[in-house]
Design a protein around this ligand. Structure first.
Ligand code: KG4
Ligand code: ZN
Length: 353
């Protein structure tokens, strides 16, 4: 293997158009450049991502994003060792834009193409930190589309220990924020509102399943809805008293209580995972891992279980292309790449496991 390999990585699975150049040099990974063009403004008025608008925005923004990433890295196409894209899971139209572009680019320069799994890439993001994780590891991916606890014997393999049966943790943040009138994306809004709230004010809890470590967040979202709009009364029963008005303090208390419930659900799942899968490291990524209460909980769980903690840096928690480059670099170093016939897929193998 050459001393240095440069990978152009693309990410277009949902509503961020991202490109990065990641360098693998003597076993270390360096982010040479990264650009993320967010579509928040395109989707904000709809309160969620509109798939067709997302694909069209990727088509417009991907070429400028690639150009910027190569320029900032000072890299010519002929310097690249490979081109990678997140090819699953995600919105199929959006995935097709990045996957097709990466394949075309790789073919044009005569270099290998790698299609990588976006969920796994959220954890590969931890390899972009100064000290890479030791394995076996327990991995937490908590994002807008996924909530998984994984057992990882090494950086490239994972089995699912627990996952959400309904809403992802980030999706629950987004919906709770929308119910509270806080705007979108909801995670950062809830975190901000929670600062002045009392996390004990509402006895919210994440759902649990007998004999299973799986999560459920949809009931929690309904609990927030009822606290705001009132609990519907049973048929032929007198109406229940309306809830108190939703003033700033009540919003803060609801946000804090909701956030605490999500953190506790993730914590319970992780503690159970460590009991059955003793591991050297705890690694975590995905948008929800930007949350300071989540990060503090992860630090405590790792220290209680004598595991080293490896959290993706904030800019590598939400969707980005550097994490795609990180997973591609790990695979390339293991001698792997993919055929140009590899297509975009809406599901992760991990989601089906
Ligand atoms: O990883 P990501 O960018 O996209 C997916 O792969 O889904 O995650 C986006 C999710 C959104 O649901 C967003 O509300 C949530 O991550 N998020 C947060 C925070 N920042 C982003 N959730 C809680 N606290 C935050 N600070
Ligand atoms: Zn993601």
């Amino acid at each position: 293997m050459p001393a240095s390999q440069l990978i152009l990585a693309l990410e277009t699975s949902c509503d961020e158009t991202a490109a990065a150049v990641v360098e693998l040099r003597e076993g270390r990974m360096l982010v040479r450049s990264e650009t993320v063009i967010t579509q928040d403004a395109v989707h904000a008025e709809f309160g969620g991502v509109v798939p067709e608008l997302a694909s069209r925005a990727h088509l417009e923004k991907l070429t400028p994003a690639i150009r910027a990433a190569l320029q900032q890295a000072g890299v010519a196409p002929s310097d690249l060792a490979a081109v990678a894209a997140g090819h699953r899971p995600g919105l199929i139209g959006s995935l097709l834009v990045g996957t097709s572009a990466a394949k075309a680019f790789a073919w044009t320069i005569g270099k290998p193409f790698l299609g990588v799994d976006h969920v796994q890439a959220h954890l590969a993001a931890c390899h972009l930190n100064d000290s890479p994780p030791a394995y076996p590891a327990i991995g937490l991916v908590a994002s807008g589309g996924h909530t998984h606890i994984l057992s990882m014997p090494d950086a490239l393999h994972a089995t699912v220990i627990a996952r959400t049966r309904d809403d992802a943790a980030g999706e629950a943040f987004d919906k709770a924020a929308s119910i509270l009138g806080l705007g979108w994306p909801g995670g950062p809004m809830i975190e901000r509102a929670a600062v002045t709230g009392n996390a004990q004010a509402f006895p919210f809890e994440g759902g649990r399943f007998a004999g299973s470590a799986d999560f459920s967040f949809s009931g929690l979202k309904t609990a927030v809805l009822y606290a705001v709009r009132g609990v519907p009364s049973a048929p032929n029963r007198p109406p229940r008293p309306p809830p108190p008005p939703l003033d700033a303090q009540r919003v803060a208390d609801l946000a804090a209580s909701f956030q605490r419930a999500v953190v506790r659900a993730l914590e319970t799942g992780l503690r159970r995972a460590f009991e059955t899968n003793p591991s050297a490291s705890l690694i975590a990524g995905g948008g929800v891992v930007r949350n300071q209460a989540v990060r503090a909980m992860l630090a405590k769980v790792a220290s209680d279980h004598g595991a080293s903690l490896h959290l993706a840096q904030a800019q590598h928690c939400t969707d980005n292309a550097a994490m795609i480059g990180a997973l591609a670099a790990l695979r390339l170093a293991a001698g792997e790449h993919d055929a140009l016939s590899l297509s975009a897929e809406p599901f992760s193998l991990l989601s089906r496991a």
